[in-house]
Design a protein around this ligand. Structure first.
Ligand code: MEV
Length: 308
């Protein structure tokens, strides 16, 4: 038998890193997807070669946690890896979804988060919940209307909500430099435990996110852009920006309402909010980086089960 599933990448619009500490965040699914086909096999395989925990921890632990026997997983993805666009979460969600088609979205999202935690060391459930639900999600400390599910770990509780995001013209600029999420998250944890200024920056990112949600409801693009710039300054204080990110932001600034890194940082990608997407894409290209014009609000986990 075989089963197939796919899940989208994501952009974090506000709140990355702070969300690991339980602060609010907003993310949207992309139109870029990862598809996973699972077939019975004599041993664990990924794209025809043996699957190892060190080189491919996300599918490896997805197989373990779902209690699946050996499988041959075939992965097709249009999400650039290490770009901060949720390639690991899409892979994890699509793998859990294909291995356990009987699970509902809450169970897939919760298990995919556990997989990310083991693979990464520390994580929030924002990436995996966005890849499962699609559209856009708002993570809050409080339970509100449009609650999808609640995930708890240690003393942190994340209430994951469906949210509406107004049509936003976003352009992604990829630095071409991948960065592993785990060490970046760990470094922020270290700063947070040592320095009051880091704790203040994390709390302020939460406040910026709440304000951004209001501006989104009002469709205030100028206000959203200003808050993106503020979010970026706070992320720089937490040490997750980089020279490439700063260069990209400088290049897109003249044509943007606001711009910030998206995802874990340390390289990865920048998002620009703009009404001049062509100019932004050209500015990104001129600096030697890669532009992606993106559509947000993509479909979440999609199952496509084959003959049993
Ligand atoms: C990475 O896409 C987002 C981070 O906040 C980590 C996480 O939430 O797991 C940096």
């Amino acid at each position: 038998m075989y089963s197939k599933a796919s899940a989208p990448g994501k952009v974090i619009l506000f709140g990355e890193h702070a969300v690991v500490f339980g602060e609010p965040a907003i993310a949207a699914a992309l139109n870029l997807r990862t598809a996973v086909l699972a077939e019975n096999s004599a041993s664990k395989m990924l794209n025809g070669i043996p699957l190892h925990r060190e080189s491919n921890p996300y599918p490896y632990f997805a197989l373990e946690l779902t209690g699946s026997g050996p499988m041959n997983l075939t992965v097709n993805s249009d999400i650039p890896p290490g770009a901060g666009l949720g390639s690991s979460a899409a892979l994890t969600v699509a793998t859990v979804g294909t291995l356990r088609p009987e699970y509902g979205p809450e169970r897939v999202a919760t298990m995919a988060f556990e997989v990310e935690l083991i693979a990464q060391g520390r994580a929030s459930p924002i990436d995996t919940s966005t890849a499962t639900h699609g559209g856009a999600v708002f993570v809050d400390r409080k339970e509100g209307a449009s609650l999808l599910w609640t995930i708890r770990k240690g003393n942190v509780t994340w209430h994951i909500h469906h949210t509406e995001v107004p049509p936003l013209n976003l352009v992604i600029g990829f630095t071409g430099k991948g960065a592993a999420t785990g060490p970046l998250v760990e470094n922020v944890r270290r700063l947070h435990s040592k320095f009051e200024t880091a704790r203040e920056a994390v709390a302020e990112i939460g406040a910026v996110t709440i304000e951004a949600r209001k501006r989104m409801r009002e469709g205030d693009v100028v206000g959203i852009g200003e808050l993106m710039d503020r979010n970026q300054r706070l992320l720089s204080m937490l040490g997750v920006s980089s020279d490439e990110i700063a260069k990209l932001i400088d290049a897109v600034r003249p044509y943007s309402y606001g711009a910030k890194l998206t995802g874990a940082g340390g390289g990865g990608s920048v998002i620009s909010l703009t009404d001049k997407p062509e100019k932004v894409a050209e500015a990104i290209r001129k600096k030697g980086f890669i532009p992606y014009k993106c559509t947000i609000g993509g479909e979440g986990l999609r199952l496509d089960n084959g003959p049993g």
